[in-house]
Design a protein around this ligand. Structure first.
Ligand SMILES: [Zn+2]
Length: 349
């Protein structure tokens, strides 16, 4: 508490000396080369991190090591410093794959993590699909035991300052009733949707909708297959959102236009790598919606891909590791800043 009080005092002195702190929810889409690490910070400095990237030097085979050398944990630390936060108040792991949970051990050695949110344990088949999953999970369980722990069900609310965070799906279950204001039939639904490219952990991803005033952000992790389709087909259970982090890094199993038709995002972000995620059909879906801007964490070299304009790509090659930062206001307007160029695009309410 002493450190917190000191931090608050320092913050008050700083804000007293300059203009009042901006009343924005800031969201950093951190470049973890095709994994996920998304840091949200409220106007009062409360932090909520969704996933922690890869371990070590950043591959599925990497092991957690020296946090000073940990590629993704260091990138998360840099974003935390930019946001002025000194601890992770809430960490949500969408699911147990190394590109999402891998960096958590090293990150915990750089920043204290207080509250852990997850869907309990990997499915029995996860180790077969991605060897090493159980070893990472066992280390995570030991870490998790040092903080508070929540295993939410669809429909539950997660604590996060004055921000409304509602769980849409987790452990393969999805909402059974529409959120307030949702529930419309979705005429864009056809068939049963895209099959999941990975069938063990991805369809068990924990998905959330974040609401700050009139602004909404949809993050479904790697949710894919039947649970993703069920969110907006045949009925839109989740309503609309201004900002959407495209399911499964923008892979073709996140390309079904029916979700975009229901959610009506104004900006959709690919958290892709140079070869990971970001497949051609998803780009085609996005190009087919004139009111939607796509933004990418990386220019993609995948076959058949037509990347968005360079100004909306954070990293054109491997020489940079820039983030995309979204600053959202309660009136629903938001600004997207490309960390590589420093240039911002404003989206009015
Ligand atoms: Zn992933």
């Amino acid at each position: 508490m002493k450190r917190l009080a000191g931090g608050l005092l320092a913050m008050l002195m700083l804000t007293g000396a300059t203009s009042p702190a901006a009343n924005t929810l800031d969201i950093y889409f951190i470049d973890v080369e095709g994994g996920q690490a998304t840091l949200m910070v409220t106007p009062t400095g409360e932090s909520f991190l969704i996933d922690a990237g890869f371990p070590g030097d950043g591959t599925f085979a990497s092991k957690p090591g020296d946090p000073a050398q940990a590629r993704d944990a260091q990138r998360i630390l840099a974003a935390a410093r930019d946001a002025g936060v000194r601890q992770i108040d809430h960490l949500m792991l969408t699911h147990y794959h190394a590109d999402h949970m891998g960096g958590v051990i090293e990150l915990s050695q750089l920043l204290p993590i207080r509250h852990f949110i997850d869907h309990s344990a990997p499915s029995a088949e996860a180790e077969v699909g991605v060897p090493g999953t159980m070893a990472l999970y066992d280390a995570y369980v030991a870490l998790r035991a040092r903080g508070t722990h929540t295993e939410p069900k669809p429909g539950d609310r997660l604590p996060f300052g004055g921000v409304d965070v509602v769980v849409l799906a987790s452990a393969g279950e999805v909402l059974t009733a529409p959120l307030a204001g949702a529930g419309q039939p979705n005429p864009a639904c056809t068939g049963t949707g895209e099959p999941a490219q990975e069938k063990t952990e991805n369809p068990r991803s924990t998905a959330i909708r974040v609401q700050f005033g009139a602004f909404r952000f949809l993050d479904v992790g790697d949710l894919s297959g039947a649970p993703l389709f069920a969110l907006t087909c045949p009925t839109n259970l989740i309503g609309t959102a201004d900002l959407y982090l495209i399911a499964h890094h923008g892979g073709n199993d996140g390309a079904d236009p029916s979700l975009f038709a229901a959610v009506k995002p104004r900006v959709a972000i690919f958290n892709n790598g140079p070869r990971k995620g970001a497949q051609a059909r998803t780009f085609a879906t996005i190009r087919g919606i004139p009111t939607l801007d796509g933004w990418q964490l990386h220019r993609s070299g995948n076959p058949g891909v037509e990347n968005v304009a360079d100004a909306r790509v954070a990293n054109l090659d491997e020489s940079t590791s820039a983030w995309l930062k979204v600053s959202a206001s309660p009136d629903g307007s938001f600004i997207v800043t490309n960390g590589r160029t420093g240039q911002s695009t404003a989206y009015p309410r």
